[in-house]
Design a protein around this ligand. Sequence first.
Ligand code: BGC
Length: 752
Amino acid sequence: MRIQVAMTTLIATALTAVTIGAQTSSQATIPVYLDQTKSIEERVEDALSRMTTQEKVALLHAQSKFNSPGVKRLGIPEVWTDDGPHGVRPEVLWDEWDQAGWTNDSCVAFPALTCLAASWNPEMAYLYGKSVGEEARYRNKQVLLGPGVNIYRTPLNGRNFEYMGEDPYLASIMVVPYIHGLQSNGVAACVKHYALNNQEVNRHTTNVNVDDRTLYELYLPAFKAAVQQGGAWTIMGAYNLYQDQHNCHNDVMLNKILRDEWGFDGAVVSDWGGTHDTREAITNGLDMEFGSWTDGLANGRSNAYDNYYLAQPYLDLIASGEVGTEELDQKARRVLRLIMRTSMNPNRPWGSMLSPEHYAAAREIGDQGIVLLKNDGHCLPISGEPKKILVVGENAVKMMTVGGGSSSLKVQREVSPLDGIRAAAPEGCQVAYARGYVGDVGGEYNGVVTGQDLSESRSAAELIAEAVAQAKDADYVIFIGGLNKASGQDCEDSDRESLDLPYGQDAVIEALAQANPRLVVVNVSGNAVAMPWVAQVPSVVQAWFLGSEAGNSIADVLFGKVNPSGKLPMTFPVKLTDVAAHSFGPETYPGVPRNDGSNIVDETYTEGLYIGYKWNDKQHITPLFPFGHGLSYTDFAYGKPTADKKELHEGETITFTVPVTNTGAVAGDEIVQLYITDEKSSLDRPYKELKGFKKVHLEPGETQQVAITIEPDALAFFDADQHAWVVEPGDFKAHVAASADDVKSTLSFKYK
Ligand code: BGC
């Protein structure tokens, strides 16, 4: 805040000089780097030309947990970063993870990115980015550490909730508007974790072996879209290794792919503690180093920022003549560009926090992302005049915005599912609550406390008995469980140990199913869970971590105020052995220690391109719920699709149009999906790949012609030998589908 004011004053003074200058012809007094009429590149070069070597090096590393220096002498501001990606993290002490104790840093928590992806709605992604960016801007942050687009390779990954699912096309489409919205505030996105950071177990030491084709087709597209279409101003290197080099200073990832191939002109930010080597950091593309554990480079010492790899050690190498200053200028240039795009852009808006619009955005994104997985006998929405609704389960009351690692927040408010249901229940309806099971009674992260007392002394059997007794005379029983943000659940730095629901929840659900046929299970998680009881439960809702408005969004869907329209951005497998990453032994997950004296764990993505629905297609596996699946309170009828041509040529597009009718009694949204099959290819290809989708709103009885257009790019595969994307002439199929397992019709076409 202090720095911002100083800078504004400085610019204002400089601009006054211009105005006066017009009359006094002293215009030359304004330095180019402060002159808003000049281009960013001119301003960057001018600033650079005024800086000493020490000042340049200072730009490249942290001076506290979350910020890095500017150039005091020139009035160039510091860079303040903050997590990310679901809200703006509260202030921590200068050199500690503990709370700074500010009282003005509570935020609105938006739904987790899995929920955003489940909305399949790019407008929601823009709204999300814009809203969280306004909060970041008001808090005077220049970089928000998000969004995350690592691919959902295993349902055990503790951080899947921060990402956008298993499909590179869906994640690419959704990440771009998030970045546009965020950066419209003059706040940089920091797209993370680039790349192959697809698990938390051994995240600092895993060396991922993946073939080029899989890398380019599956694990890179969302990052590429973020850079090329999103125009992301920063990107965060991942902790893990690729080709035996840490990704924060990885020649292939950063120099060759990100910069040479994609033309990234922004700054590469290390993950916190992801830098390990000065020379590699110098030559392999790292620009800003954060969170290193330096005391002469071991974990623990405070305020050792001069010891950072890109601090004094860099200056020493320059002083001894062992390295030159070419890379230094490049790095400083990129950081200056970031500063010009953010804090030194006087035209950026001022931002806002805790506004009704932000709460409304959080609720709408939640409403659009919740997925109705199953609804036998139209058990939902809650209807009639219920006299008693029983809510069971810890996740009905537990705050979920605290915990989970770096995305943990301090919120102004969080509506619990129980409170949301109570507020929405019709008058005269009793909403009773039974705990059902005990999960995680903790409620603290880095000093932020929920203040909830979830302690419970009764046994599991007693809790089940209470819930069952209460369930018998209820009109509806709503079980709200799933995972939480405790270590070993949906949480950074650890993976889950199994696909099963923890804390004995299966037994609670089975007992409730016996006691009352009108049972709804609401699963709150960022990951797929096993549902051995699914046949006994009429309605299942996937509710994600929904942030500040969680309870209201859940109630909106349960009571039918909102007709659910989300679809799964990942496959829900029946069992873990149905997942490709868990089908080949420890080499593919969690990796095998190298045993050569290093701490490296080798992991090979033997399954290649075949994850999620692509693996299921190949192995003929029926999942519990497929990718792209989600029900509605209405029904949609798909008519006969048409294509605007039979043959597609280079430089052309082809449009597939399908009439979709809302045949039910309530308005609803349907997500129409387009998958492509290459009938014959010189390389083995997944049976089908998502290449288009559209979410449409339909009133009862309404029909819309839903048109999805693709370009030849959508037919391409990455040929590693040629190191190029290739489209082969031949026969293709376009599948119009409601999910990966619900193809409505298929059209054939040729590429010539
Ligand atoms: C996480 C990043 C996060 C950073 C700063 C790291 O441990 O991997 O996602 O942005 O910490 O909190």
